[in-house]
Design a protein around this ligand. Structure first.
Ligand code: ZN
Length: 487
């Protein structure tokens, strides 16, 4: 099955959609102002060493100080892998020290970026380890024969004075000697320029910026299953062609510039898919639907039948809905890039064979996803638990923020609830203070209710406390916001 890649470029963001048979499967967005930091190399300054936590804070010029754990210091790499005692952090780092560091995890929420001093720079087929004279092979290359052959080739093709090492990526399978040599020399040249910068630049500073989203797409997403790569910006097309000529020549003929009148993403309804991937509810063709809730700790997917389910084919309808749901939810997990623990609540099925078929369908649908996952069977409560490796932020985290009106509860108190809250508050304040008048500042809906259906209650309270109560609409207020002013 071929996948086409659409790249939509604007000065403020780059968006990539992976489309298979007309259906969007993956969305990647990179905003110019919030490009990720993973892979970037910095010259940082140690600002605090915390022996108790065996970690240190390092200023790399980002908003929040980054941190490094003792196990991520390259001096401790051997010790960590063979299980012997590691050198404590206070023996290796001191405050004020300059340090070349690489970001291994982006800042997330209130946490700063996580760093390592074991530098590695990814090329097309190889990852360069400048401090480590060792050639490793990606675990995804399974054949022992291939692994040995690739290791020998990479060693043979390395320059004699090579001080660093390489990890051979899966992309190297089938690579020619020329391609491997080109990748090695690109990486060595890059490393030399990084070292030069580290000697000449002030602390903290950025030494190496990881590839742009569009470049990474060419490096990581394109494979034999890729059809066309369509880009709607002439200058990006040009720079991608140049980059591809240097690093991924096999991709060259698949890159094309789109200059149509219609926005590129409209041609595959990508924006509609993004909007759908941000909503809680996903409708299924059969009339059933999914409810997807993302919380801090986990994501739940609840499968529901739509409305009436005929009595005679009850089991069959449920089975079919669950099968459809398995495919739809696998796609949604990928589209939304949901990670961590995911709990799937299928509609209860009594038939063990039906349950197995739904699991099979789920595993098959998840098989297209490159992200690492684990899937359990049905638990005693009929739930399927799975994990999906958390990589980038989810689509919702990237594009949305908590709703300021309901604080993401998903509900707001009704105008009537607010009216009664306000009446109680005035009663409370009338016992404490002695103003001439109370004035309610509230949203239009709340004021309207006080003027109409709740006017009698408002008048009653006024009589009871012996003070006039006036109303004023505050257009800026959300439904739940109000103020009681003492005049
Ligand atoms: Zn809300």
């Amino acid at each position: 099955m071929t996948e086409d890649i659409l790249i939509n470029v604007t000065p403020f963001e780059t968006r990539v959609a992976l489309v298979e048979q007309g259906a969007v499967q993956e969305i990647h967005i990179e905003r110019s102002i919030q490009r990720g930091h993973v892979g970037n190399l910095y010259l940082g300054k140690v600002v605090r060493v915390l022996p108790g936590m065996q970690s240190a804070f390092v200023d790399i010029g980002l908003e929040r100080a980054a941190f490094i754990h003792v196990g991520d210091l390259r001096q401790n790499r051997k010790e960590r892998s063979n299980g012997s005692a590691i050198t404590p952090i206070e023996k290796l780092l001191f405050e004020g020290q300059s340090l070349m560091v690489q970001v291994i995890k982006d800042p997330l929420g209130t946490k700063g970026a996580r760093l390592s001093t074991q530098v590695s720079i990814a090329g097309r087929m190889l990852v360069y380890l400048p401090h480590e004279p060792h050639v490793g092979i990606s675990q995804k290359i399974e054949s022992e024969e291939d692994r040995i052959a690739l290791r020998e080739r990479v060693i043979r093709l390395s320059v004699p004075d090579e001080k660093g090492g390489f990890i051979v990526r899966t992309q190297a399978e089938g690579a020619t000697d020329e391609e491997l040599v080109a990748d090695q020399s690109y990486l060595r040249t890059l490393w030399n320029s990084i070292q030069e910068k580290a000697r000449s630049q002030p602390t903290p500073s950025l030494l190496y910026n990881d590839l742009t989203l569009a470049q990474r797409v060419l490096r990581d997403m394109v494979g034999p299953h890729t059809g066309t790569i369509t880009v709607d910006s002439r200058s990006t097309t040009q720079s991608l062609l140049e980059w591809a000529a240097a690093y991924t020549p096999s991709v060259l003929e698949r890159i094309r510039h789109y200059s149509g009148e219609r926005p590129l993403f409209d041609t595959a309804n990508v924006d509609e898919e993004i909007a759908r991937a941000l909503s809680r509810r996903v409708d299924l063709k059969s009339g059933g639907y999914l409810i997807i809730d993302q919380t801090e700790a986990l994501t739940t997917v609840d499968v529901n039948t739509g409305g009436f389910v005929g009595g005679r084919n009850f089991d069959d309808t449920i089975f079919k809905t669950n099968l459809e749901a398995a495919v739809a939810l696998a796609r949604q997990l990928r589209l939304r890039n949901l990670g961590g623990i995911i709990v799937l609540d299928f509609i209860d099925m009594d038939d063990a064979e039906h349950r197995n078929s739904v699991l099979d369908e789920l595993n098959k649908a998840l098989g297209k996803d490159r992200t690492r996952m684990t899937v359990s069977g049905f638990s005693q409560l009929g739930l399927v638990e799975m994990t999906r490796k958390r990589t980038r932020d989810s689509l919702a985290h990237q594009l949305c923020e908590p709703c300021p009106t309901c604080q993401s509860r998903g509900n707001v108190r009704t105008p009537r609830t607010l009216c009664y809250e306000i009446l109680r508050e005035i009663l409370r304040e009338s016992r404490q203070f002695n103003p001439k008048e109370f004035r309610i500042l509230a949203s239009q809906d709340v004021v309207d209710l006080f003027l109409e259906e709740e006017s009698a209650h408002l008048a009653m309270l006024g009589d009871f406390i012996g003070k006039p109560i006036s109303l004023e609409v505050e257009g800026q207020y959300s439904q739940e916001q109000y103020d009681i002013v003492l005049i």
